[in-house]
Design a protein around this ligand. Structure first.
Ligand code: SF4
Length: 62
């Protein structure tokens, strides 16, 4: 599973970083993805972050 963020929409509220800090990290005033492949143990947290993102800008690629 891979994940990416639409940087045009990210408002930098850090919800994804709070929910899944092993995959997302703040980079200035926006979040970024810090892994190429999401490790299996973080997939659920990553999906949770995608569902919780208020902007809907986290895309999961299975
Ligand atoms: S939850 Fe969405 S809007 Fe908020 S920092 Fe993460 S990607 Fe950006």
């Amino acid at each position: 599973m891979k994940v990416k963020i639409d940087q045009d929409l990210c408002t930098g509220d850090a919800i994804c970083v709070d929910l899944c800090p092993d995959v997302f990290e703040m980079d200035g005033d926006q979040a970024k993805v810090i892994v190429d492949e999401v490790p299996e143990e973080f997939e659920d947290a990553c999906r949770d972050a995608a569902e919780s993102c208020p902007e809907g800008c986290i895309e999961i690629i299975e």
